[in-house]
Design a protein around this ligand. Sequence first.
Ligand SMILES: Cc1ncc(COP(=O)(O)O)c(C=O)c1O
Ligand SMILES: [Zn+2]
Length: 580
Amino acid sequence: MATSAALNTLTSAAFIMVVPAAVVGRTADRVSHPAEALKRYRPPSRLSNWQSAHEVFPKTGASGFALPACWAENDDLPLGISGGTPPPEFDHSKSRPLHATRVDRVTRSCFVAVAARTDLAFQQCIDPACRATFSVDEVLTACPSCGNLLDVEYDWDRLRPPTSFEIFERKWMRRSDPLALSGVWRFHELLPYAPRESVVTIGEGQTLLSPSDGVGGYVGMNPGRLLLQYEGLNPSGSFKDNGMSAAFTHARMIGARRAACASTGNTSASLAVYCAVTRLMRGIIFIGSGKISYGKLSQALDYGALTIQIAGDFDDAMARVKEVAGKLGIYLVNSVNPFRLEGQKTIMFRVLESLGWDPPDWIVVPGGNLGNSSAFGKAFAELRKIGLIDRIPRLAVINAAGANTLHELYTNRGLRWEGGRADLAPACHYYDELDRAHKRADTIASAIEINRPVNLNKCLRALEVCDGVVREVSEQEILDAKAQVGAGGLGCEPASAASVAGARQLVAEGVIGRDERVVCILTGHQLKDPTATVAYHTTDQKLFNEVLGSRGVSRASFANRSVSVGNRLDEIVQAIDLYG
Ligand SMILES: Cc1ncc(COP(=O)(O)O)c(C=O)c1O
Ligand SMILES: [Zn+2]
């Protein structure tokens, strides 16, 4: 990972939101002595990088320090992970910044707590050359030592994970238990970082794996071989709720009171709905001005989130939200937050569940910030590690051609994870090239209109785990595929249709066999972006040109045109006879 730190200053700027206890050093095998860890710890240069004492340690009160809420044993969980009391509400107005001298005291006292109680779940740098570890009580979006991304990791040997999938099936009998009902927390044993009492759920993950021969025929598959995983059924209408539930749970564990994200729309809708339903946090969203569809913007506004439109695109909003979250000590829920991805693993668990635990041959997913693809790779690697599966599906990540960083780096420039030893210089060079050419991401699939995917490194790792491929698809291909998905009965937004368009390309290339079993992830609901849908089906050439023609879309081969008639019975009857 020669240039991983440099890359991360470009992609996921190494920034620490909280974190005195970040000094806790632990390797995968042992907990290092506090004094040893302290030596490796580099404190932030400015005090403003610390959160307020209250946000870091909710139980402390305005004076004096106590340890965060400890977990107690809970017999309900066979995991060794405990139940306990969630952090209490606290009066934000009384919080004040930590003074430098006190940080040290808090830090030291935390060593003891961490060593004693969080060794079953912890955060760990993904860089094999670093592997620094941190408590799950800490709020980090990058490794303080090297700047790389972090995973939530588990000591599976000691956790005694499930030895069969039966435990999850049994939970179907307990639908009155919100944690069994949730399509995320039904799999709590596979993301065991939170005590049951801290879990936040609003009923996410009631989603559907639906066979679709209509769409399958379009893709080129034989009957019965294509399935659509419809994440549009989540409470906010996209897959984001899987991750948001997990991030909210973590935020609750550490007592955060405000959460922020940069968003192309769906993360903000999800954050906003979790804030509105749970009242646990105030949501602040950053969006690129004019870069969000009305469906998504309307959700954030309706749910009452503070919505800040900044002059720029998603990449600008992402850079800013990190800066602001650091300055103000606000909990960040973008997918650089490793807890988000724990929730998104469950999309794969549900796919397996729907297939009787028999892995499909392929998972095809759109790629934007690359959180999903990263989470999917982690899900399969963990399932194999704990012995629940012995075969991992192949992964296809599909970029829009107008936002094709991953495709460019992986397919064209040969960038690979290489067990974590990759030289990431090509990524740095590519970002420089983009800057020099003033090239911005540009696609009708606004949800994946991202040129600097924050999870690039993790996605490379997932592609290695899953023997993956990456493709790019044009605007035309996206819209045609979207129309086919709609005609098949599960409408989706443009970004989601990239998965279907990508699968079609891979079948045409012969990479995916017609008889293989393929799952395309439909990440967001059709109603998220009605503008694109209406423009595709319209008879109004001006509207078509404005919305789609301007992007190089030249035809709407699968359009379902509305028929205009006068308000007269005979004309209406004639229209029905003609078209019906
Ligand atoms: C509908 C939809 N599809 C795909 C993506 C991209 O997902 P990821 O960032 O996990 O690659 C997003 C992200 O915003 C999205 O909203
Ligand atoms: Zn590191």
